[in-house]
Design a protein around this ligand. Sequence first.
Ligand code: GLC
Length: 615
Amino acid sequence: MRLARSRDDLFGMLERLYGQRGDYEAFRGKLMTALRKAWEARPEDLKWLDLARDLEPDWFQREGQVGYVFYIDRFAGTLKGVLDRLDYLEDLGVTYVHFMPCLKPRKGDSDGGYSVADYRSINPAYGTMQEFEEVAAALRARGISVCIDMVLNHTAREHAWARKARKGDARYRDYYLTFETDKLPRAYEEYLVEVFPDTAPGSFSYDADMGRWVWTTFNTHQWDLNWANPAVFLEMVEVMLYLANRGAEVLRLDAVAFMWKRLGTRCQSEPEVHMILQALRAACRIAAPAVIHLEEAIVSPGEMIPYLGAGEHTGKEGNLAYHNSLMVQFWSALAARDTALMTHVMRTHFPPVVQNATYATYIRCHDDIGWAVTDEDAAAVGLSGPAHRAFLSEFYEGGFPGSFAKGALFQVNEETGDKRISGSFASLAGLEAALEAGDVRGVDLAIDRILTGHALIASYGGIPLIYMGDELGLLNDYGYADVPAHAHDSRWVHRPAMDWEAAAGAAAEGTGVAARIHRGVRQIMAARARLAPLHGGNATLVQDTGSRALFAFTREAPAGAVLCLFNFTEGWHSVSADWCRDNGVRLFRDGLSGSGVETGNGRVALPPYARLWLM
Ligand code: GLC
């Protein structure tokens, strides 16, 4: 029945991608065999989970979902170590954990594990595949789903396929995009955007072993796969189902925008990318339906929604995709004390609902922040795109006069003037500078910025992803500069080790900074789980408050709306009670704090960095 349900979604796409090839029928047969084999090998308990998820297909949109993202070694030492931290996760309200890249990477610099040498082994520094299964089962027993990275765009240069390609095996050479001379690479490069212009300029590398050029969008050791070759599709489906059968419930499909190349384009978000992603989705729905896909496409606002399924792919592509724009706009509004751009972008580019999908909302992650603000959007609210982007970089690096932030530059592109930013949530939000200066009010403001960010991602719609340590206000970790494999990559500044002492202090109901933040985040996530209107399937309507200090949206549910209000400044502001009523407020009770809200003078007051969820 599941095959019947998804057959057209799968083969409809594959026929268009590969149907012209002489080997298409043989490929189709091999794929069917792979699906059947994976289903036969699927453990009984996961088949029950498949059934449960088919019966509640909105499970990942539920208001109780809360994500937590960590590096296994930095959080728990080893995979087994995670078992000692289950209470901590549960106490925080976590229902989903993303193990940052945990498959076997190449030796040396592996781009934080995104240069995978073997998709079927766990990084030996963390543990074994059997331990992964045990830990995933233990988490599942607590109602926590495991998300792991599935790097689709490239493998490590040391992966078995690439090794064979380097030895001259034509079959495997065709798994990658290689060129005899640099003529075509140069032609492609006319239109490509460099991802790591500083440390890995260009998008191609010459491989001396092979005597050929190879497409390397990211680092030289990350070889782009040739998705025009159906053998690559087949291999990856087998890997995905293998990992699904080990207990992964969410597959984070990495760097998907880059999967299809077309001369004369940026080679990002080409239509074929969405065909492949729909087909991969359908394959999982047939043989491992409990599994959902999180698509990582860090693209401009207008380019993002298709990763959750648009047009012919509606309801059939990613179940989750990172809401990169919400993240960028949070930081932009915070620096500028102005929400006009945020309101404009969120209204213009994002529909109130998406089908069979929802966002992965976040404020910080393991990557840098790129200022994905288009010139058109900036102009629409009277800003210059280049000037605003430059301002944001200066502000978050810390150099802009009056800035509260401490960050580090990442990949300065001299050609475009583009400067990306690294830094932990707390340091970018002002905690580091305020602590250093002994500025008590500055500390209070920073804590409020951090909590407002968490309240935003907990209510906007989607699974809020807490990035490990942000719930304790962990600061930048400058020690990365002493680690040879990390020193060139400032993203390590915001990948600190977990501070279990601070966590213990927080649990003991302490009054320190970490305890205050932890308590706040826990309260926000608990409040979220109690509020049915925050279900990801309900509409998110961005509202105009008439004030450039405030950001507001309503979450529309059949049983009543919630009006979520955020003050992005350190000043006091207010909205009229009538305006709130017009936007569905009946109770003037804050769903976040559980308290009643005063409407003296017919207005609702919003203190510095206030967050209110009005019922
Ligand atoms: C994704 C990851 C990033 C990595 C890149 C290449 O964007 O989030 O950390 O560098 O893919 O795999």
